[in-house]
Write a protein that binds this ligand. Structure first.
Ligand SMILES: Cc1cc2nc3c(=O)[nH]c(=O)nc-3n(C[C@H](O)[C@H](O)[C@H](O)COP(=O)(O)O)c2cc1C
Length: 252
């Protein structure tokens, strides 16, 4: 099998967080949004929306929330929302109650719709030679983001996506080998020690040799380090269930 350009771009993926000043033209942006629009959708409910953030002040506030200064700088910024509000309104207009809208099932459908749309748009952007980064950090403060964008009940931020012309080059980050990731017919729960050690070494070499923020680090260290530990101090990210309830989700 010959690799086509899209697969080559996918296999060459790396996050880009700094972008050139040059803006994307309108046609490129519209095409990328059309790709997001055409993404597969669970039960064809289309439970997501996108906000293109063009207001400098809003980007500045988002950068603070994300704790990532480049979010307020170059590149285009899109916020992908889980959106059950639209369908709630449609049911209301038909004189119906909210039906299954407040179930975990529909929330997860909205989350997968939004997430797939992000990835579809990301792949399309990378296939054009653009770079980008997914921003889970927009969920650092769900209440603040909801207020910033006037989100009504039954809408909640899922992920951000910043894309543009790359102003940095970065090394490809090695992923778990297929042997550790893919099983045939049944799950293998015994951890293959040697394969994990080899992978840790590969990750260590990546971190030691990368251009920015080079350090001693392995995959195992990341999983056993402070990032995965229970927080000693409560942060807004620990309030995600309360905030999700507040936006009207998951009541039954
Ligand atoms: C759901 C999701 C959320 C992410 N959130 C952030 C984020 O908030 N900030 C950031 O700089 N990178 C974020 N990333 C990018 C990851 O850090 C990155 O994909 C990972 O370290 C692997 O590096 P690579 O994409 O360069 O291969 C996110 C990625 C995903 C899939």
């Amino acid at each position: 099998m010959e690799l086509n350009d899209t697969i080559k771009a996918q296999l060459n993926h790396r996050s880009i967080r700094h972008f050139k000043e040059q803006a994307l033209d309108k046609k490129t942006i519209t095409t990328l949004l059309e790709v997001a629009r055409q993404t597969a959708s669970s039960q064809f409910f289309q439970q997501f929306s996108i906000i293109h953030v063009t207001d400098g002040a809003k980007r500045k506030r988002l950068a603070e929330i994300c704790n990532q200064p480049p979010v307020s700088q170059n590149g285009e910024l899109f916020i992908f929302l889980i959106d059950l509000h639209r369908n709630q309104q449609l049911r209301k207009q038909a004189g119906l109650d909210d039906g299954r809208l407040h179930t975990m099932d529909l929330y997860l459908q909205g989350l997968s719709d939004a997430t797939l749309a992000v990835q579809n748009m990301y792949v399309a952007a990378e296939s054009l030679g653009l770079g980008g980064v997914i921003l889970g950090s927009i969920r650092n403060d769900i209440a603040a983001v909801s207020e910033l964008f006037d989100l009504p009940e039954m809408v909640i931020p899922a992920l951000g996506l910043q894309i543009g012309l790359p102003a940095e080059s970065s090394e490809k980050k090695p992923r778990l080998p297929l042997d550790l990731l893919v099983f045939e017919n049944k799950y293998q729960s015994t951890l293959p020690k040697k394969a994990l050690e080899d992978y840790d070494q590969e990750v260590a070499a990546y971190y030691l040799n990368r251009q920015t923020n080079a350090r001693k680090e392995t995959f195992t260290n990341q999983i056993t380090g402070s990032k995965s530990a229970l927080n000693k101090h409560f942060t807004k990210r620990d309030e995600v269930l309360e905030q999700t309830h507040k936006q009207g989700f998951l009541w039954n």
